[in-house]
Structures are given as structure tokens and as C-alpha cells.
Design a protein around this ligand. Sequence first.
Ligand SMILES: [Zn+2]
Ligand SMILES: [Zn+2]
Length: 135
Amino acid sequence: MLRGATLRVTRPRLAVLAAVHAHPHADTESLLGVVREELPGVSHQAVYDVLRALTGAGLVRRIQPSGSVARYEARVGDNHHHVVCRSCGSIADVDCAVGEAPCLTASDDQGFSIDEAEVTYWGLCPECAAAPATT
Ligand SMILES: [Zn+2]
Ligand SMILES: [Zn+2]
């Protein structure tokens, strides 16, 4: 994948890419922990830089629901959406409703040529919905 994106293959890049594949929607801190199991000396900055390079090359997608830190996933290019739990912040994938961007047709496109609609569904995950109210 790295070579296909003309990125030099380095151990941190391989480790970060593998970590993103294994842990979809993980944040930088979690990915750092996973990468350090393989490369104990890797710095936070190195992982951050690799994530930026992978995102720029289109190998990794960066998402950031409001109120959340940036999260990364290796499922790219299929215009899928996300459902986010308001209570615990867990994130799950939701397939694109029509299979291609922009998915939703704007009620009025204002003359813009629209190529993407970013949809985030909000609600409660099954665990949180089942938990008794704590208030
Ligand atoms: Zn939840
Ligand atoms: Zn996703």
C-alpha cells in the first residue's frame, strides 16, 4: 500500500498503518500505544507525522466528530458515514446510503457543484441505551 502511494516504506509507517487497520476509529494516543508494542522507542511526534503522511496519501482517513479528538481508519474511498454515541463516544461505520458521494442531495445547492456530504449520525450505542440512567 505504501509503495502504491509512493511513500517510502519505513518501520514506523508500516507499524502505524497496521495499527490503523487493526483498530478502526482509534485516536492518536491509542495508536501510539499499539505502535509502541512493536517499536518501543517511537515518539508521539513520529506517529503524528506518519498519520499525517498516510492521510495525505489517501491510505488513511481522518475523522473528527464534534467533541472528539481526531480518529483514524483504513477504510477509505467508499464514502461511508459514522454513527457516534453521545454518551460514551464509541463510533461505528454506516454504509453510504446510495453507495457514492455526495450521498445526500442538497435541497438547494445554491449553484455550488457539490461532491461530498459529510453525515454523522448521533445517538446512543446499544450498551449505553441499555444502561440505567445515572442522573
Ligand atoms: Zn455508548
Ligand atoms: Zn469508519
